[in-house]
Design a protein around this ligand. Structure first.
Ligand code: NAD
Length: 385
């Protein structure tokens, strides 16, 4: 049996609620300084309130296989519209999901979405270099935005996205689905509430072949992807380490891995390993790669009096977890349903999402520091927030 940490959780939540720390006028908000594991933003659904209409922008694999099916089960939001560059996809989706013609846009006429009362939320599911443009255009159309991870190709772009949403009075949330998922939430509790004592070390690995055996994919193109597996997969390790600790790292060091598939990895790294250093010297050892036939997806923590391990940790389905006290007895859920319901609920209530744009900016700062270190042969890069 795993130790029940609910009592620690309740105590911490009450503590956090009562504290309004500021440093230099900046609120020490959860995006930078940790998360409160619990039921905030969980979004179980409230049928008395209006369901918000979501328009998916970019109908690629993630929209097709995960988000659109999930939107058939959500209680706080529904698939109201689509934005696509492909007339044949528009036709197929229109039929499949019964989407009215007036709710179908292409990338050119997208700004007319401002006049569409059916659309409350624009969900940006495009190659990374297009996230900023479509988030900013959606904000100007006065729509709330969910933007996929990583938020942008660099920190400056990410900050402009947050600024645009603030300037237009709309909310911005990042597609960090694992904050709505029981196994990763358990890790947040175990680490942040010191259920097994203070965390001593973390290991996080996320590797997968995301090329599908093709050279012609945006993920290998630096201009559209911003970088390689660190941007796409490594961000889960960065997030995992931070939500274990409840605070971001103070410094990073990193090394690019060997290139064994030069035809594929001409522009972006094939693999990269890095260390994140937290206050009090806790180290998170992390690795990501696009060239690993036996993809790995793990998040481990070692604490003073015990340990935990998720394997797999970041995949959509079939998560498993273990602690030094036994198996984690938790359900596998449809996490995109929980994520979008949670985000829609926070938008509806005009509350900041538990995964706000500011969290995405923070993560971009860390990803850029990791690249800077790797480019400078593992130089230790301190990070200021
Ligand atoms: P994909 O390649 O399958 O889809 C990309 C879509 O963008 C396609 O419909 C394509 O037609 C469209 N597009 C428009 N302009 C394009 C251009 N210039 N080049 C290439 N495609 C263009 O990608 P995906 O796997 O669906 O990823 C989309 C986004 O979703 C990325 O930001 C990715 O990181 C994110 N994602 C998140 C998760 C998650 O678990 N949260 C999982 C997968 C992907």
């Amino acid at each position: 049996m795993e130790e029940n940490s609910q009592k620690h959780l309740a105590g911490r939540r009450n503590f956090i609620k009562g504290v309004g720390l500021t440093v230099g006028g900046t609120m020490l908000s959860s995006p930078l300084f940790g998360f409160i594991p619990g039921d905030m933003g969980w979004g179980e659904g409230n049928s008395k309130q209006k369901k918000l209409g979501i328009a998916l922008v970019g109908l690629g694999r993630y929209s097709t296989n995960q988000l659109a099916p999930a939107l058939q089960e959500t209680k706080n939001c529904y698939l109201a519209g689509i934005v696509t560059g492909s007339p044949s996809k528009a036709e197929a989706w229109k039929k499949k999901y019964d989407i009215p013609e007036k709710n179908i846009y292409n990338y050119e006429n997208f700004d007319k979405i401002a006049e569409n009362q059916d659309i409350d939320i624009v969900y940006v599911v495009l190659p990374i270099s297009m996230h900023a443009e479509f988030t900013i255009r959606a904000a100007k159309a006065k729509k709330h935005v969910i933007c996929e991870k990583p938020m942008a190709i660099n920190e400056e772009e990410a900050q402009r996205m947050v600024d645009a949403c603030n300037a237009n009075g709309v909310q911005l949330a990042i597609g960090y689905r694992l904050h709505f998922e029981p196994f990763n939430k358990r890790v947040m509790e175990l680490g942040q509430n010191e259920v097994f004592g203070k965390v001593q070390s973390i290991e996080a690995i996320n590797t997968s072949d995301m090329t599908g055996g093709s050279l012609d994919v945006w993920r290998l193109d630096k201009e559209r992807a911003g970088g390689g597996p660190l941007m796409d997969l490594g961000i889960y390790c960065v997030q995992g380490a931070i939500y274990t600790m409840g605070k971001p790292p103070v410094a990073v060091t990193a090394q690019f891995g060997e290139v064994t598939h030069p035809a594929y990895f001409r522009e972006v790294e094939q693999s990269i390993s890095w260390k994140m250093e937290f206050e009090e010297g806790v180290i998170a050892d992390c690795k990501t790669s696009y060239a690993d036939e036996n993809g790995k997806s793990t998040l481990e923590g070692q604490a003073e009096n015990g340990w935990w391990r998720l394997d797999p940790a970041y995949v959509y389905e079939g998560k498993k977890g273990q602690t030094s006290k036994g198996k984690m007895d938790l359900p596998n859920i449809y996490e995109q349903v929980r994520q979008m319901d949670g985000q829609a609920e926070s938008f509806r209530n005009n509350e900041k999402s538990i995964v706000p744009g500011e969290m995405g900016v923070r993560d971009m700062k860390i990803l850029m520091a990791i690249y800077e270190s790797a480019k400078n042969r593992g130089e230790r890069i301190e990070i200021q927030y």
